[in-house]
Write a protein that binds this ligand. Structure first.
Ligand code: NAP
Length: 261
């Protein structure tokens, strides 16, 4: 008997209706950003329907121009702020009214880079901003949107995080380390607090820079290649409670797609 993700196919078919990508709606939190836009494009290219919420309508318009024209009708964009409790709740109401059931969430909230200087030169206000951007938005949106997918084994919730949380990348990037570390810790807490949750809960931890093709530097990940790997992970929905560390472009294939952790 054939098996898929270690489960006999007859069991899978009998227990859960088979969903094609076209039946799945992915909410891409941070989908208008550098990392998120690569993920959104790849998901659309695989036939998923995708929803993106941004505080900035011009970023959403740019995203619409960036995705493959033939998939644009499958992209829903909403203006909203998922970083505040009221904003995220309002965005959820809008989202569900517009797209119906959400089956998957990919969260890549935060910022691309911070190098404001060593801690003694910084203000508490700046640290608040860093934590708000990397941790609070990730927490608030998880709290509001996770219930949409939590109890369904056909659903996924994937966090994209940065390895900057494990060490100081270079002088002057200390608050980036503090903020990224708080997100890494939050993801670990979720894995340990909810070990049995049916939704597939995964994390892709990127230990290098990510950029669009025109801003690539040596060792960086092309956001389109990263997007494709993340979209494949979402499509497969095999693993759960797993961290996929990505150190270099080759890891997208070996670590994320072939699962050689
Ligand atoms: N870029 C890299 O080199 C890199 C490397 C390793 C890991 N990462 C990971 O990827 C994440 C995203 O990076 P990125 O380069 O895509 O950053 P980005 O281009 O700045 O995009 C970040 C997204 O987060 C959203 N966001 C930020 N603060 C928010 C807040 N307070 N409330 C609601 N939404 C908020 C923004 O939403 P709006 O559209 O509303 O502005 C934006 O869409 C990082 O946090 C990190 O964990 C990135």
């Amino acid at each position: 008997m054939d098996s898929f993700c270690g489960v006999q196919i007859s069991t899978v078919l009998w227990t859960y209706p088979v969903m094609s990508n076209a039946d799945r709606v992915v909410l891409a939190l941070g989908g208008a950003g550098t990392v998120g836009s690569g993920v959104v494009k790849a998901l659309l290219d695989k036939g998923f329907r995708v929803a993106v919420i941004s505080r900035d309508n011009s970023r959403l318009e740019k995203l619409k121009g960036f995705v493959s024209p033939s998939t644009r009708d499958n992209l829903t964009t909403l203006v909203g702020n998922v970083g505040s409790e009221e904003g995220a709740e309002a965005a959820k109401q809008d989202l569900v009214k517009t797209v119906g059931k959400v089956t998957d969430v990919v969260s890549s909230l935060g910022f691309s880079w911070w190098q404001g200087g060593p801690p003694h030169t910084q203000t508490l206000k700046e640290l608040h901003w860093v934590i708000e951007t990397l941790l609070f938005s990730t927490f608030v949106s998880w709290k509001v949107f996770f219930p949409l997918v939590r109890d369904d084994p056909n659903c996924t919730y994937t966090f994209i995080t940065g390895g900057a949380g494990e060490k100081l990348l270079m002088p002057g990037t200390g608050f980036l380390t503090v903020g990224a570390a708080s997100t890494l810790a939050f993801c670990q807490v979720l894995r340990e607090e909810y070990p049995e949750v049916p939704c597939k809960l995964n994390q892709v931890k990127i230990n290098t820079g990510v950029a669009p093709p025109e801003r690539m530097a040596p060792g960086y990940l092309n956001h389109l290649d990263l997007g494709e790997a993340v979209a494949t992970l979402v499509e497969r929905k095999c693993t759960t409670h797993t961290v996929f560390p990505v150190n270099c472009p080759a890891d997208l294939k070996t670590v994320v797609l072939e699962g050689n952790l």
